[in-house]
Ligand binder design. Structure first.
Ligand code: HEM
Ligand code: HEM
Length: 195
């Protein structure tokens, strides 16, 4: 089934959900591998950063597709629960969408390196684009030293303290539904059938 039914998510929504989840994992592994296990200015350090940037740009593409599909499609019916539980689930889902949009944008705006997209082609860092000159220096009248720190703060502090906790809450809720409530929540987001 390609699209969502009233009972479960379809192939498109599931594919987008799980590709994005895998990209989050890859983004975390690459950036913390760089920070914890490599020495500055080594080839491994640079390659790990480049992986983070390439996965991040890939994420941006999938998020655009995902938002467009979300706008176009109907989600399945809510699984039984209290109004408070439904509101909590919705708030977490909308916050996850906000994170999916804000993280790639702040990453790109604040980076100090061009992205060598999986070694295939280069994407110029924002600081070296005409858009930066026109919008940031021209319209906003900001220097890089004024513009970059708040962007960096959102990306790094958000990534280090907020994003993974939010994903943890979401994953815990999915596991709670599956193992404690024993309802359909996780099964209808999975392409394979689970007992
Ligand atoms: C959803 C997408 C993304 C997520 C979840 C994410 C997450 C993170 C995290 C967790 C960190 C480390 C924070 C810390 O210092 O503790 C980080 C650092 C960084 N990110 Fe991202 N990121 C994403 C996309 C991007 C993109 C698209 C770019 C640029 C094209 C980018 C560029 C960077 C850079 C330059 C750093 C600093 C690396 C370092 O200090 O080692 N990120 N990101
Ligand atoms: C192991 C990791 C994950 C598991 C087990 C999981 C599980 C689920 C399940 C079971 C649903 C369906 C909820 C329902 O029908 O009400 C769902 C929906 C959702 N998940 Fe995840 N998820 C995971 C990772 C992620 C990640 C990393 C994100 C990204 C930011 C994410 C974002 C969402 C969103 C926004 C929805 C709402 C449906 C939609 O609009 O696409 N999930 N997830």
């Amino acid at each position: 089934m390609l699209h969502n039914s009233s009972e479960r998510y379809g192939t498109v929504a599931m594919a987008l959900h799980w590709v994005v989840a895998a990209l989050f994992l890859a983004l975390y592994v690459s950036v913390y591998y760089r920070q914890w296990f490599t020495e500055p200015k080594t080839e491994a350090n640079w390659s790990a950063l480049q992986l983070h940037l390439s996965f991040g740009v890939t994420m941006a593409v999938f998020v655009v597709l995902r938002v467009l599909y979300k706008l176009w499609s109907q989600p399945p019916q809510e699984v039984p629960g209290t109004p408070l539980e439904h509101r909590a689930a919705k708030s977490v889902h909308w916050t996850l969408y906000a994170v999916m949009i804000i993280m790639p944008i702040t990453g790109y705006l604040g980076t100090g390196a061009d992205t060598e997209f999986f070694g295939l082609f280069d994407i110029t860092q924002f600081r070296h684009t005409g858009m930066y000159e026109t919008v940031v220096q021209g319209w906003l009248g900001l220097t890089w030293e004024q513009f970059e720190p708040p962007i960096d703060f959102v990306h790094k502090q958000g990534g280090a303290y907020f994003v993974w906790v939010l994903i943890g809450v979401h994953v815990s809720a999915a596991l709670f539904h599956h193992f404690v409530r024993k309802d359909n929540t996780l099964r209808r987001m999975l392409p394979v059938s689970l007992k």
